[in-house]
Design a binder for this molecule. Structure first.
Ligand code: F6R
Length: 608
């Protein structure tokens, strides 16, 4: 949700800022803007539309001289995507400029108060309040003005601020929206995410809630909201800048799908010790694991779908009841958490507002929270009692693929560990599960190699209006994810249904030629799913089945079959998702959609 970049140092700021924004465009792409101090005043350029419009306008930043500046790429919340609503926002004189990610919840009363004092507003955004409020409090001391504003505003923010009176300083502040500060010999940076500045530095500082940073070309100070100086440790980023580049692939999504074998390996390998699973980060003894009475999994979107799979796998293997909640529901439904409950939140970004709120709600009630998180140092990673990282590396495409696959295997490992300490799997079964787990990377690779076959099939459904995904048990869980992947990037409407549920209403939507994707990987349910396939076929559906190698019986019922290599019942989602991701990708591609940046979406959803 919105990307922020700032730079102050010995080099021209605008090209560095635009370059950084390009790496953050996945966070929002409704409009973009840059403000730089050009030697005498703050010069602002902004434009509705993709970053490319602003890049064209400023010739990649060349037309904007100056050594300090802030930039923003927007995902609109308050006010339509337009030049006027684009950030940076300024005071009337243009001597204070602000970029903001987050939502100022009390902006209406603040706006009214400022209007009474004679302030006029030109945009519909909540952010403009910040510029005017800074103006109101600014009496020659920027730090004082910033902290006074932070005391007045409610909501979430990551801010980059500049004052024309202090061209040698940039200010940054955050609460509940991510912000990092970087430093090298040439200057200091602010950014919403590491890839934006990785080309320039690996030394970063993760800002905590309600902290303020003052950046200079050769100095960096951190303060509390009460202006007390803080000391902060830097972190060295050890992943490669190439990880955040397309590396010759047409889209980040395709590249990230192809990275899935590695992602799975990176997530499982460090936790497999000889013939055991060791999850040190859990910080839980076997005794504590045995005492868990119930697990609550809370997440959003695809991460929620990983949670749905986990419910089947944990309940099946470890026999612990699991409740899975969409985070935005969990936080407001006064959930019943009883003694012996464990809360697990799953998040790629580690910044999803609803998931973070669910984590806080659980902690406030005295429950320990385990975070399954991809982004190192993110808010969820820092606030959870323990963190199990998914080692997927930076995920840039808005639609998640590799992080989701890493979440799945992380959850399998947890389920296996729990089953083992509870004495529910013997050595032989555990060994066989472990060997199936180890085979997943190669099997995913084999499925990815079938991309042309799936592309060929996808091309037939470019004009489809509705597609249905059906499955039973874990196959229902993967249908949810397959359906989401398709609709978010191709804009083709689709629905996922438990295969047995379709006949309770939705089957009325099946007509001649409607595509139904039936996932059937559970041997004991083959016959049941085949019956459901037959039911939709009788109403004219065209059925693509995704099933296990050897299940030839399905060929009599389905029109088109994709076979998956053999694995155990619990891990089939990791394989079934591959043709579904490829299908979504190729339908979107054939429809001319912007695969990496689907309309209306953003990668990291830091608003409710
Ligand atoms: C879908 C997708 C979203 C995210 C959801 C949660 O492809 O990416 O549904 O899964 O917004 O995001 P995280 O995992 O960052 O909490």
């Amino acid at each position: 949700m919105c990307g922020i970049v700032g730079y102050i140092g010995n080099r021209q700021a605008a090209p560095i800022i635009l370059d950084g924004l390009a790496k953050l465009e996945y966070r929002g792409y409704d409009s973009a803007g840059v403000a730089v101090f050009d030697g005498s005043k703050i010069h602002t350029e902004k434009a509705a539309g993709r970053l490319a419009v602003l890049e064209h306008l400023t010739r990649g930043g060349e037309t904007m001289p100056g050594f300090s500046g802030i930039g923003h790429t927007r995902w609109a919340t308050h006010g339509a995507p337009s030049d006027l609503n684009a950030h940076p926002h300024t005071n009337k004189q243009g001597t204070i400029a602000v970029v903001h990610n987050g939502i100022i919840e009390n902006y209406i009363p603040l706006k009214k108060k400022l209007e009474k004092k004679g302030y006029e507003f030109v945009s519909e955004t909540d952010t403009e309040i910040l510029a005017k409020l800074l103006d109101y409090y600014y009496k020659g001391n920027p730090l004082e003005a910033v902290t006074k504003v932070l005391h007045r505003v409610e909501g979430s923010y990551a801010l980059g601020i500049m004052f024309a009176d202090f061209p040698g300083e940039l200010y940054a502040a955050r609460k509940d929206s991510p912000l990092i500060v970087g430093r090298n010999d040439d200057g200091c940076f602010i950014a919403s995410d590491v890839p934006a500045i990785l080309k320039y530095t690996r030394t970063v500082y993760y800002m905590d809630n309600q902290e303020v940073a003052c950046l200079k070309a050769d100095d960096l100070q951190f303060y509390s909201v009460d202006e007390e100086e803080l000391s902060k440790e830097s972190v060295t980023i050890d992943w490669d800048a190439d990880a955040a580049e397309k590396a010759g692939y047409e889209h980040f999504m395709l590249k990230e799908m192809y990275e899935q074998p590695k992602t799975i390996t990176d997530t499982i390998s460090p936790r497999i010790h000889e013939n055991d699973i060791v999850i040190e980060e859990l910080n839980m003894s076997d005794e504590e694991l045995r005492e868990i009475r119930k697990i609550h999994i809370v997440a959003c979107g695809s991460a929620y779908h990983a949670g749905v799979t986990a419910k089947y796998v944990i309940e099946g293997l470890a026999r612990i009841p699991v409740e899975v909640d969409v985070a935005s529901e969990f936080r407001y439904r006064n959930p019943i958490l009883e003694q012996g409950a464990m809360v697990i939140v799953i998040s790629q970004s580690g910044e999803t507002a609803d998931t973070l709120a669910a984590l806080r709600e659980s902690k406030a009630r005295g429950f320990k929270v385990l975070g399954i998180v991809n982004v190192v140092g993110s808010s969820i990673a820092r606030e959870a009692d323990s963190v199990m990282y998914t080692w997927a590396g930076p995920e840039i495409a808005v639609a998640t693929t590799k992080a989701y696959s890493a979440q799945l295997v992380a959850m399998y490992m947890l389920a296996m560990k729990m089953a083992k300490v509870r004495g529910l799997v013997d050595e032989k079964t555990f060994g066989s599960l472990l060997s199936d787990l180890r085979c997943l990377p190669d099997q995913v690779e084999m499925l990815l190699a079938q991309k042309e076959k799936i592309q060929h099939f996808a091309n037939r459904y470019v004009g489809a209006k509705d597609i249905f995904f059906i499955g039973r048990g874990v196959d229902h869980a993967i249908s949810l994810e397959g359906s989401l992947k398709l609709k978010e990037i191709s804009y083709v409407h689709s629905e996922a249904y438990a295969a047995g549920e379709l006949k309770h209403g939705t089957i009325s939507l099946i007509e001649d030629g409607t595509l139904v994707v039936a996932v059937s990987t559970q041997e004991d349910l083959f016959a049941k799913t085949i019956s459901n396939i037959v039911e939709v076929k009788a109403r004219g559906a065209f059925v693509m089945a995704v099933t296990n190698e050897g299940n030839k019986a399905i060929e009599k019922a389905a029109d088109y079959v994709v076979y998956l290599p053999e694995t155990c019942n619990w891990f089939t989602n990791s394989l079934a998702i591959i043709p579904l991701q490829l299908f979504a990708y190729y339908v979107a591609l054939a429809r001319g959609c912007d695969v990496d940046k689907p309309r209306n979406l953003a990668k990291s959803v830091t608003v409710e």
